[in-house]
Each structure stands twice: as C-alpha cells, then as structure tokens.
Design a binder for this molecule. Structure first.
Ligand SMILES: [Zn+2]
Length: 437
C-alpha cells in the first residue's frame, strides 16, 4: 500500500462532502470572529452549505497584499495573535514587497500531513533515501522537508545552488529519489554530461517534480525520465494555501487532490468566473478555501493555475479527482485573441527531439498579455545538431496546427538560452517594446 493516510485518501466522495460541509461552516463562523479582513469581505453573505460557496467573493493575491500594507506587519487577514505565529514565509512576488505567509504550529502540522500524502503518492517512501533541492529559505517549498520527514524517508536536504553536493549525495549516500523543479532536473542532466558523469549512473529511481508546469508535459517528462532512467511524477501546491496539495500516483495520469479535511478545492471558468463541475476532461482555474487553518485562512483564493480534470476511478485506491496543470494564468499570452501557454509551446517543440535540446524562450513583440504580432520563439538546437532550413518552419507549422497561434521560430545554438537551477523563465520581455497591456 503506497498511501500515507488510507482512511482519508480512499474515503467515499459523498462522505468527504459531508465532512467538508461541517468543516466549512465552522471555519467561516470562526473567520468572522478572528479575521477583520474576512469580517468585512463576508459581511451580509450567509453561506450555509457548500453549494452556497460560489456566491461568496473570491480572494486574490492583490487583496492580501493590500491588507498587509493597510495593517503591518502581517495584514488584516491575520487570524491569530502574532504570538501564535511560528514561521513567516514569503511568496515570490514579481513586484513590490514580498507577501508574507504566517503559520502556526497547527498550520505547519497540516502542511506536513498534506505534503506527506502528496509526496507518498509521488514515490517518496518510508526508508527510501531522498534528496531535497528546495532551500530552507524564505519560500514555502522549504517546508516540504517536514512532509518528507513525516513520511519516514531518510531525507538529504541539499538545496539548490550546489550541484556538486547534490551529485555526491547520490554517489556517496546511495540516494535513490529526488525532489526538484523540472528545470533543475534538466539542468542537472546537462551539468553531469558536461563533466563526463553519466546521469544514468547516479542511481536515481524516482524524481518528484514541482514548482512549475513541465513535469506533467509528456515530452518534458520523457526527457527527464530518459536522462536518469528514473520514474517521474509531479506534485503541486501554492504558497498561500499549502506548499503541496496534489501528488501523482504510479498511474502517472495526473495528480490526486491530497488536501482533504484541510482545503476545499473548486474549479471555475476563469473568463466568466462560473463554477465548473469536476467532470472528466473539464478544464478551469483552481480556487481554494481553507477548512482548517489558524493564521491565514483563505476563502475562494484564485490560484491562477489552469488544469484539466481526470475523474475516472484510479487503480491506486485514492478516491480524489486528478488534475494535470496546463499552465499559469500569469504566464499566459493572448496572441490575436488566442490563449498561448508558454509551457504548451515547449511541449510542441520537444517533439522535435533529438534535433532540438528542449530549451525555448518566447520573446513577445511588446509588453503586456495581449499581443497582436506573432511572438518570436527561440528554440535551442541539441548539442552539435545542424540547423537545417526545414526545422524552424516545421516547428512553426506544428505550433500553428496544435495551438492555433502564429509564431516566428528561430533556431539558436545549444547553450545559448539561460539555464535555471530553480524555475525557467519561458517568456522574456526584456527586448519587447513597451506598451500598456
Ligand atoms: Zn491514483
């Protein structure tokens, strides 16, 4: 049995819903007592049941940031006395001050439990020596260490930025599993090859990727699996709710929801904001409501993560829905009215391996989400691969056929595009003309 908490994870969906009803009622009642932010926001609303939840307003990251600025240090949405806070993380905002995320002891225990379910699904198992590349720095990903400890895995925390130490953990300690971003896995494979170390010889059997889309894309996954001879599964969370919330089981067909009893997930149509039922093949944005959270509970928090749902029963025994992340609304470009997720472009390009290396960068003509000109797509060739006149045209036509978007594909030599030890920046606006979006 590869489940961390079988009672919860195999629970019947109807029974789970009854528990969620009760938990939501008590959470909302206590929020009105504890959180000035939600006392104002939910004034007049009377959510008696889960089916009333869509009538409540969303919470956005910008609102939480404004709440923090209005009442330093932690904001009007802090729902516990400051003395009860045990850690303050920050989320990696692109502009302005960081948004702080405060947690109590109970919140940390909750994160560890959800993370243990997620990563157990991903193959981090009791007794299995596992290397963790998330730094114990300001970001919540560092708290994944608690989850792996809870699983009972001998954890080797190496952080990022020291690839030599990471490689030694496999060579000297016989580690078999690793948690990292997809970008870092690809970087590690290149790093090894450049030093005549065979990535296949490291003995990595299991890789749990998280932190950015890519681990769920078939081509990117194949690239990582082939490089290391390892099984790759994906986990996903969000800083403001929980570092891990989803984990992919041995079926490798999407990530199960692992936050039962702590978080209630909804799916919405990001354009019209209407609820989308959890049906097989449904697509939408994830929205989260805390059911058990002390310091900073959220109600209907907009994740900006776009997913596709798998609602079929799963052979692993978990009864929760599965999702595959197709991109973040933050990365989205709208090219002449059509949505373009940069990770989807990378997926199309990867089908041209082994002629291409897998790295891409999109350079839009001007700043902003909406683009009226075809963006440039820089595609890195594989090491030593010749360009050939036909290749850029073939990739351009494939992007057009699959994503219904016109681009201008340019091939660049291997090693030209920036490598990342954490997350890849698939869109580069640094040379784009300035225009308000
Ligand atoms: Zn499963």
């Amino acid at each position: 049995m590869s489940l961390h908490n079988p009672d919860v994870e195999t629970r019947d969906a109807a029974e789970q819903r009854a528990r969620d009803e009760a938990a939501l009622r008590s959470q909302l009642a206590s929020l009105r007592e504890r959180s000035p932010f939600y006392r104002d926001k939910l004034a007049g609303a009377d959510p008696g049941a889960l089916h009333d939840l869509p009538a409540l307003p969303f919470t956005t990251k910008d609102e939480l940031r404004a709440s923090m600025v209005a009442e330093r240090p932690l904001g009007r949405h802090l729902a516990t006395p400051l003395e009860a806070v045990r850690r303050v993380y920050s989320s990696s905002g692109t502009t302005g001050d960081p948004l702080f995320i405060a947690v109590t002891d109970a919140d940390l225990a909750g994160w560890a439990e959800i993370g243990a379910r997620s990563y157990r699904a991903c193959g981090i198992a009791p007794g299995r020596r596992a290397v963790l590349t998330y730094n114990a720095g300001p970001f919540v990903a560092g708290a994944v260490l608690d989850a792996w400890t809870r699983i009972g895995a001998p954890v080797i925390p190496v952080g990022s930025g020291n690839t030599e130490r990471l490689v030694k953990a496999f060579q000297l300690l016989g580690a078999e599993a690793m948690g990292c971003t997809p970008s870092y896995a690809l970087y590690l494979a290149d790093w090894c090859r450049e030093r005549d170390i065979d990535p296949l010889g490291l003995g990595i059997r299991q890789i749990a990727v998280a932190g950015e889309p890519g681990g769920g894309e078939a081509a990117t996954r194949a690239l990582i699996e082939d490089a290391f001879g390892a099984n790759v599964r994906e986990a996903m969370g969000i800083a403001d709710v929980s570092p891990s919330l989803w984990g992919e089981c041995e079926e490798q067909a999407g990530m199960h929801f692992c936050g039962r009893d702590f978080v209630y997930p909804e799916l919405i149509d990001p354009a019209g904001n209407a609820p989308v039922p959890w049906e097989d093949g449904a697509e939408g944005e994830l929205v989260y409501t805390s059911l058990r959270r002390d310091a900073m509970p959220v109600v209907r928090f907009r994740s900006r993560d776009r997913v596709v749902v798998t609602a079929r029963p799963c052979s692993c025994g978990r009864t929760s829905v599965r999702v595959r992340c197709i991109g973040r609304t933050d990365d989205l470009l709208i090219v002449r009215g059509t949505n373009l997720f940069p990770s989807a472009v990378r997926e199309v390009v990867a089908e041209y391996r082994p002629r291409v290396g897998g790295m891409i960068q999109i350079r839009p003509a001007h700043t902003g989400v909406r683009q009226d000109a075809a963006p440039r797509v820089l595609v890195e060739l594989a090491e030593g691969a010749p360009a050939g006149d036909d290749l850029s045209l073939a990739i351009q036509q494939a992007i057009r056929a699959k994503l219904v978007v016109s681009t201008a594909v340019e091939l660049v030599p291997y090693g030209t595009l920036p490598r990342s030890e954490y997350k890849s920046h698939l869109v580069d606006f640094s040379e784009s003309a300035t225009r308000p979006s």
